[in-house]
Design a protein around this ligand. Sequence first.
Ligand SMILES: [Zn+2]
Length: 233
Amino acid sequence: MKVKVIPVLEDNYMYLVIEEHTREAVAVDVAVPKRLLEIVGREGVSLTTVLTTHHHWDHARGNAELARLRPGLAVLGADERICALTRRLVHGEELRGMRCRWVAVACAWRAQLSKCIRAWSRPWKVFCGHEHTLGNLEFAQKVEPGNDHVRAKLSWAKKRDEDDMPTVPSTLGEELLYNPFLRVAEEPVCKFTGKVAPAEVLEALCRERASFERAAEPLQPQARALLALQWGP
Ligand SMILES: [Zn+2]
């Protein structure tokens, strides 16, 4: 089995999971169908299923077009709002196809989700929907300045960024060492937030992360803008 990562839009990832034995493939979060079908064609695989993590346009907007282009395609996800859904997965449902397990998680509360994740197996690979690793680790360093795992991963992520290479996948075991959102019971994380109850620590982290984002990245769209047209002297 292999997983192809396909960067699209500003910093989104689509994934194509290929079972080499059967030449069947599952796509995850199809935002740009044309780009996905190019890769499907190049790999010479048969696309059977689309999995959509959530209904936001940058993860689900290609479903309707893809379903039109590929009649019979299964479009799966855990939320009714996902465009062109053919079957809604229930919380905890496992799809056993290929050589991996797909577990649907429909958690209404972040605290619940964090608990679910911590119960999973540490070697599990983590493929995220956006390339936000650098910003996430800079925030992690602000939360836990003394965490060596954060420092090491951050210097690795900077190198990946310079080389314009994706940082996915990580493993759940790794994330538990440096991701503050999975470390809500750790003393330095509690101290940073000034809270003790895990749900409150998590809420405080989310608020801090949102303001950290705004402070760190206000100039980014301008820095990335390309000149499309110029007229006059
Ligand atoms: Zn998104």
